[in-house]
Write a new protein. Structure first.
Lengths: 168, 289
């Protein structure tokens, strides 16, 4: 396992506006309060989802540890934002995790559900596209039809940003 | 009278519209007006944000632009949508670099994010109109024991959501209490329902949900009240499997906050499609008479 200084720099640059990450003293409050850590980490803390390890790995530049074969390392996050709330150094952990997940998505390593949702949004501008059965149910419930979004505009935005290239 | 742009969101609008039916009826009863707009996916703070943060920010800002064009605030029926739209507004208002970058993308489709409107979670709109809610209640839900589940994205990150205590939430309980129902305390009130991790790792999602459900069951709740469609679905659709997996009879029905309020306002369960719930409500409806 090697240090990747470019990766380290990327994270430091991303976390602009707050240098808080540099002041992480590994107190473990994030992991102590993480709902997924609670159900995955073994007694010695060597396996399972561990947000404290993500911050340590980011600070040191252990790219392989975070973006390697063990997908749970970053994708175990349930995005509950509890770690952000309890961090005594006010590190925006979830923002750093998003950044790492974005790199993982570009590599083709994200869970299938992530690509499926992005594709649905690209194709229909909705994470869950409109379906005839539900349209009928809306009518039965006395609801107006959902107003159709502008799919072309969404596709233009995603293409210009380059997000379309990450789709599978 | 303020009129909001209704942001029902993908899950409620295109999967579980009975929640929208209850919500619209309750908003009508308390005099909150809404109108529609061609909103896209918010997009999902647990999905699209993980896929591409720039796309998340820009698509979110585009939705805000649609409401800005009419000079109206947004009311969201969903934690995820409220979280994204409020998060986007907060980030763009406080980071001029991000705002410039997003606006350069929006300019290509003839739009500009100004930051001139507010995004409200429906729980906060209801709380602000609590006197009207009290006035519209015709049937006290006395004896009904409720476990509240506000859900992560209603209260965290607090810098975005700004409406409740992020670890000891109380707004939902305050609203539930006006129906005459009894709010029961339980240890895991602030715990996630496990929905987002369930998509990638169902086994870990089930473990998180089990902790939540065990705590709710121990507190003796008749019903869970939620204000997020992702949490609602996690509770409503996963409970049967959870009961089998852990050989425990959970079987605790789930009501959306607006469904609970609709019942207290004398609206019939048939009119708001309560039959579409997976965990049956028969027992609590009989209890309420």
């Amino acid at each position: 396992m090697s240090l990747d200084f470019e990766f380290r720099k990327q994270i430091m640059d991303y976390h602009i506006g707050s240098e808080a990450i540099k002041y992480c003293y590994q107190c473990n409050r994030c992991t102590d309060n993480c709902p997924v850590a609670a159900v995955t980490i073994d007694f010695y803390g060597t396996t399972g989802y561990n947000p404290r390890h993500i911050i340590l790995g980011s600070l040191l530049g252990y790219k392989d540890l975070l973006l390697g074969a063990d997908k749970l390392a970053i994708w175990g996050c349930t995005v509950c934002d509890t770690c952000d709330e309890v961090c005594p150094q006010h590190i925006e952990l979830t923002e750093i995790f998003s950044f790492l997940k974005n790199i993982s998505s570009a590599k083709g390593d994200a869970p299938d559900s992530i690509y499926a949702q992005a594709k649905a949004i690209y194709d229909s501008a909705k994470a869950i596209p409109s379906q005839p059965a539900i349209e009928k149910r809306r009518e039965q419930l006395g609801l107006p039809p959902v107003v159709a979004p502008d799919v072309n505009e969404l596709q233009s935005l995603m293409k210009n940003i380059g997000a379309d290239k990450k789709l599978k | 009278m303020t009129e909001y742009k209704m942001f029902e969101g993908c899950t409620i609008g295109n999967r579980i519209p009975f929640i929208e039916a209850a919500s619209r009826k309750v908003l009508d009863k308390i005099g909150v007006q809404t109108s529609q707009a061609p909103f896209s996916c918010c997009p999902d703070p647990t999905g699209m944000k993980s896929f591409d943060n720039d796309a998340w920010l820009t698509i979110g800002a585009r939705n805000v632009c649609l409401a800005e064009a009419e000079g109206k605030d947004i009311i969201s029926l969903c934690n995820g949508c409220a979280n994204t739209l409020r998060g986007v507004c907060t980030q763009l208002k406080h980071d001029s670099n991000k705002k410039a970058k997003v606006n350069s993308e929006l300019a290509k489709i003839g739009k500009e994010f100004k930051g001139s409107i507010d995004v409200k979670h429906f729980v906060d709109v209801i709380k602000a109109n609590l006197d009207s809610v009290k006035g519209a209640i015709t049937k006290q839900l006395t004896g009904l024991k409720v476990a509240c589940h506000p859900g992560c994205h209603y209260m965290r990150p607090v810098e975005w959501m700004e409406s409740d205590d992020p670890m000891r939430p109380k707004n939902l309980a305050e609203i539930v209490a006006v129906t005459g129902a009894t709010v029961v305390d339980y240890d895991e009130l602030a715990l996630c329902c496990g929905s987002a991790v369930t998509n990638a790792y169902p086994e870990h999602g089930a473990e998180v949900l089990k902790k939540k459900m065990d705590s709710i069951k121990k507190a003796g709740a008749d019903v869970i009240v939620a204000n997020c469609p992702a949490c609602f679905q996690q509770f409503d659709t996963q409970q049967r499997d959870l009961s089998k997996k852990y050989e425990t009879d959970y079987n605790i029905p789930v009501l959306y906050l607006t469904e609970l309020l609709a019942l207290a306002m004398g609206i019939s369960g048939d009119d708001i499609g309560l039959k579409f719930h997976r965990v049956r409500l028969k027992e609590i409806l009989e209890k309420l008479g």
